[in-house]
Design a protein around this ligand. Structure first.
Ligand SMILES: [Zn+2]
Length: 236
């Protein structure tokens, strides 16, 4: 069974950036995982940190269950995620538990939110280490290095796509997953004058327009040695 997992900083980031792609992979028979770095505790103008964190965990979990995704809640304080020994070992253990072929994570080079770039940087800094037995965690080392793809930024700002996934057949699923995050909807309307679904729809429609389909999600692939080139990229 092939496996794909998306790591994101906040409870609703995955829905906007790559929920349609995860739904498409699930439909193709892959095991899907969703991992959230922070607890979203600053995501309310009225509820306490503990109250909104509980609400957001329930919303994210409900969204993940819509596509039967395994759900990992890492629980770091919203806006205060740091790349250190403790967090790296935690992420290594989560990756080893799920044992993915592919990881989708925030773009550490193009994104601008500190929790996003830190999540992307931790994945980048650990994705080879997951195979190293002398770096010990509860879960055993992976046999192979997972392939990394960067997800789109919020509203596509500063992100130059290299790949598009046509999610036209999975827009309804993506919309339902975004709608799970009810706590963010009225706040989004108050702050930015747009509902969460309208926000996700506009971004997916725009990427679809670029890709020549109705709805799409965009990705980039970071380069490193080894594993820069896949066979499909070689000359025939
Ligand atoms: Zn976010």
């Amino acid at each position: 069974m092939s496996k794909i997992i998306a790591f994101a900083a906040h409870p609703d980031d995955i829905e906007f950036a790559c929920a349609g792609t995860l739904a498409k992979y699930k439909a193709a028979g892959w095991d899907v995982g969703i991992a959230i770095s922070t607890n979203g505790e600053v995501g309310s103008p009225t509820l306490s940190k503990a109250e909104i964190a509980a609400v957001r965990k329930a919303e994210a979990s409900a969204s993940a269950s819509l596509i039967g995704a395994e759900f990992f809640w890492l629980g770091y304080p919203d806006e205060f995620l740091f790349n250190n020994r403790e967090t790296r070992l935690h992420y290594i253990n989560v990756i080893r538990q799920f044992r993915p072929d592919i990881i989708i994570c925030p773009d550490k080079d193009s994104d601008y939110h500190p929790d996003h770039t830190t999540t992307g940087q931790i994945i980048w800094d650990t994705h080879v280490m997951v195979t190293v037995p002398n770096i010990e965690t509860k879960a055993l080392a992976c046999e192979k290095i997972p392939e990394i793809f960067y997800m789109d930024t919020v509203a596509g700002v500063n992100f130059m796509p290299e790949f598009y996934i046509d999610i036209s057949d999975y827009w309804d699923t993506k919309e339902a997953m975004i709608a799970c995050h009810k706590s963010q909807d009225s706040w989004m309307v108050d702050q930015y004058g747009v509902s969460t679904v309208e926000f996700g729809k506009t971004a997916s429609r725009y990427r679809g327009f670029q890709a020549g389909c109705k709805y799409a999600e965009a990705f980039r692939k970071p380069k490193f040695f080894p594993g820069n080139t896949t066979r499909s990229q070689l000359m025939p």
